[in-house]
Design a protein around this ligand. Structure first.
Ligand code: BES
Ligand code: ZN
Ligand code: ZN
Length: 482
């Protein structure tokens, strides 16, 4: 794993294989012999333009990487996170193992220091840990170097390390194929996080869920030989008496074949990512356990595999959810909402006052928003605004979607209280509407991450595969709660 550190040495004394120096558009860098390059137009400061200089005179660092930061007025911590990530990816491709990033002047703030550490960790991540002999392509050490930095900056770097490592932890979980990461293996991972960082972990098995009447969740699970479970991870702050109890509910479908309403073969391998919401919740709890917000937070991850087979539920089956509502399963591929229905009910009975769920729930949200924004649905304006503020600060883009009352009519069934699908139109909204029936009066936000949980192609700042969204937003939501 990459070592993250903070240094407040003078520029000349920063030792590294490469020192990343942000260069802005319209602000000429004249040190390191860069003036000439700027005059020639080779170094213009354009976003993510990189120029590597060897043996810079008078520096302990072996190289300087001039790293284009774009226009200064557009720059923020999100841009720096991307810049650090892309620079690390650039340098590790050249087998440079020890990297530092220079934060001076206006850039020497806690937000930037944290974002730099996060970016370095996120950029160093690769999704191919199961390729033999892939261990050569990582950087070993990353230092945030702020010559005028103080203890506050050092603490921010440490926070960034925790966030970056926890987001990568979520990415690792999401990335594991379904033969290696079954529902029980996901529970084992949550247990280990609990043990390592001091969270209590409880795993409800099939029998316990039967007793609680979780017919919607168990109906999805019945087609698979892999036993289902409901993972519960609890964080409790030292100071008691909080009126708030945040519940994080994450979809944990370790593989989604679609069940009897089976999916086409093309691209089905990506359905190993269908537990990304659950992985994000475990990753967020891993950070929350270390950063210790003032409010209690409990994560609930319904974990199942959605398979066809002689035991699988059929279209037309009617199940009774834990809330008492009956559901006609029109399409067994709309399984996420079924397992989340019971998890939301359980979270409410456990005393959660506010709920946020994250789920790779619908293809329709990808049609609506592409791969750039998480679809955000909410029954409560105040909670919606909290989540949006956190997402903005963390540069995890989210877009508010509608939830008008009359969308619920799309979910009418002739035979049960609700159908599990709402027809062709507005598929992301009707899925959210279905969940709302189970969130009830509890303030609730639903995050549809089907378009943002993984990348089909790599970006300069991130490898292809799992993104770890929205771990940082969830952690900030808990940390900033007043
Ligand atoms: N896991 C899928 C949604 C999904 C699609 C995630 C694309 C990631 C990328 C979900 O369980 C599903 O199959 N949804 C169906 C719902 C439909 C049957 C109403 C869908 O979106 O097609
Ligand atoms: Zn499905
Ligand atoms: Zn699914």
């Amino acid at each position: 794993m990459m070592q993250i550190s903070f240094e407040s040495k003078p520029l000349e004394q920063i030792a590294a294989g490469a020192l990343i120096v942000p260069v802005f558009e319209g602000k000429k860098e004249t040190r390191f012999g860069a003036a000439e390059l700027a005059d020639d137009g080779e170094v213009a400061g354009k976003a993510l333009e990189f120029t590597l200089l060897h043996k810079p005179a008078g520096l302990a660092a072996q190289r300087v990487l001039l790293a284009g930061a774009g226009k200064p007025e557009k720059f923020n911590s999100g841009e720096l996170r991307k810049l650090a990530a892309a620079a690390v990816r650039h340098l590790k491709g050249k087998s440079i193992k020890s990297i530092a990033l220079l934060l001076e002047g206006e850039l020497a703030t806690a937000d930037y220091a944290s974002a730099a550490a996060e970016g370095a960790l996120l950029g160093n991540y690769e999704p191919d840990s199961l390729k033999t002999g892939n261990d050569k392509k990582f950087a070993d050490a990353f230092a945030v170097a702020a010559p005028d930095g103080d203890a506050a900056l050092a603490a921010a770097v440490e926070r960034g390390r925790i966030l970056g490592e926890s987001q990568n932890f979520a990415r690792d979980l999401a990335n594991q194929p379904a033969n290696l990461l079954t529902p029980l293996k996901l529970a084992e991972a949550a247990r280990q996080v609990g043990e390592a960082f001091g969270l209590s972990c409880e795993v409800l098995d099939r029998e316990a869920m039967q007793k609680l009447g979780m017919g919607a969740l168990l109906g999805v699970a019945q087609g698979s030989a892999e036993p289902p479970c409901l993972i519960v991870l609890r964080y409790w702050p030292a100071a008691e008496g909080s009126a708030i109890h945040l519940g994080l509910v994450g979809k944990g479908v370790t593989f989604d074949t679609g069940g009897i309403s089976i999916k086409p073969a093309d691209g089905m391998e990506k359905m190993k990512y269908d537990m990304s919401g659950g992985a994000a919740m475990i990753g967020a709890m891993r950070a929350i356990a270390q950063l210790k917000p003032a409010i209690p937070v409990t994560a609930f991850i319904p974990a199942v595999e959605n398979m066809p087979g002689s035991r699988a539920q059929r279209p037309g089956d009617i199940v009774t959810a834990m809330s008492g509502k009956t559901i006609e399963v029109i399409n067994t591929d709309a399984e996420g909402r079924l397992i989340l229905a019971d998890a939301l009910t359980y979270a409410r009975r456990q005393g959660c006052t506010h709920l946020v769920d994250a789920a790779t729930l619908t293809g329709a949200i990808v049609v609506a928003l592409g791969h750039l924004h998480v679809g955000l649905f909410s029954s409560d304006d105040a909670l919606r605004d909290r989540v949006l503020a956190a997402s903005k600060a963390e540069a995890e883009r989210m877009w508010p979607m509608p939830l008008d009352d009359d969308y619920v009519e799309y979910l009418k069934s002739a035979f049960a209280d609700l159908a599990n699908v709402g027809g062709r139109w507005g598929g992301a909204v009707t899925a959210a509407k279905f969940l709302q029936e189970f969130a009830g009066e509890t303030p609730w936000v639903h995050l549809d991450i089907a378009g943002t949980a993984y990348l089909d192609d790599s970006k300069p700042y991130m490898a292809k595969g799992p993104t770890g969204l929205p771990v940082r937003t969830l952690v900030r939501l808990a940390m900033d709660w007043r």
